[in-house]
Ligand binder design. Sequence first.
Ligand code: NAD
Length: 330
Amino acid sequence: MSPNVLVTGGAGYIGSHTSKELARAGYNVFIYDNLSRGHRWAVRWGPLIEGDLHDTERLRRVMEENRIEAVLHFAALIAVGESMQTPEVYFHNNVVGSLSLLNAMRAAGVGKIVFSSTAGVYGIPEIIPIEESSPTVPLNAYGDSKLMVEKILHWEGVCHGLQYIALRYFNAAGGDPDGETGEDHYPETHLIPCLLQAAQGARDPCPIFGDDYPTPDGTCIRDYVHVTDLAEAHVKALHYLERGGSNATLNLGTGHGYSVKEILIAAEKVIGHPVPVVQQPRRPGDPPLLVAAAGRAGEVLGWKPTRSSLDNILGTAWRWQEQHAALARG
Ligand SMILES: NC(=O)c1ccc[n+]([C@@H]2O[C@H](COP(=O)([O-])OP(=O)(O)OC[C@H]3O[C@@H](n4cnc5c(N)ncnc54)[C@H](O)[C@@H]3O)[C@@H](O)[C@H]2O)c1
């Protein structure tokens, strides 16, 4: 019989792509989302159960009634800037919400979880590429909320035998190769969709924050990983936990970084015309350089990003943006 899994935040960007990969791998997917930031249209690979992370009793019932064997936990608030305006909202949603989920899992006897963490836990890294053992000193409330959940998972493992994998994503990017789902955050703060929307005239010129960083062209460098590669890592993480693999925290990145200017030039090539941008001062809390040491996820899970070339990331993101804007126009 196919295993049943619960995907919290499955109506969002990475959760919907992962739901598709899970369904393809033979899992029965149940999506739990309060639709505060997600979309009904992104729920295509399993039933939507509308609910909030804080509703522990509902979560317990959902897990028991659907004989859930494992949880993939994407649900969170994710905007760094917003987290510095209302940190209390971020800690309540991301930390208290995750505790509620873990309490429900324990009550329902569900002992496996794959957790969406972030490269934001590292703050300004001392050494590039960033190893998982690097110091964790988040620069913002969002990153700290994720680090807190990592710590909770650790102690749930020690004290209650919880099996978990925490995946620290670098910059998730790109869209589903079949155009069935894609990135749609509001407000959109991520560079690639921001450039593509500016190119379509769907928003103001895309801001470029800082051109005086200690990098070759003065703009920030990030490690972009295709969302379908991320989705595949989750399926492998689940298989690993099912085999009884021990708990781990792993980077998901490519080990290669691109500057903002390099992304802009590559995006203009894919789109075929210049993208309106506006140069702005540095944004507080942006580290100049974030690139993953990407080998450990390969050793532990047998995962390797195969779709994360810049061409593929931008090509799939652009196809999605064009199609999505057309849908939104009706
Ligand atoms: N997008 C990235 O580049 C990136 C990078 C690192 C880590 N992450 C992590 O990956 C996960 C998914 O990110 P995403 O880009 O898909 O975000 P998203 O906003 O598209 O999806 C998050 C989903 O969680 C739901 N949600 C939020 N709070 C909830 C609550 N209390 N109860 C129920 N549902 C709730 C939202 O409605 C949304 O559908 C997040 O945990 C995020 O921190 C994302």
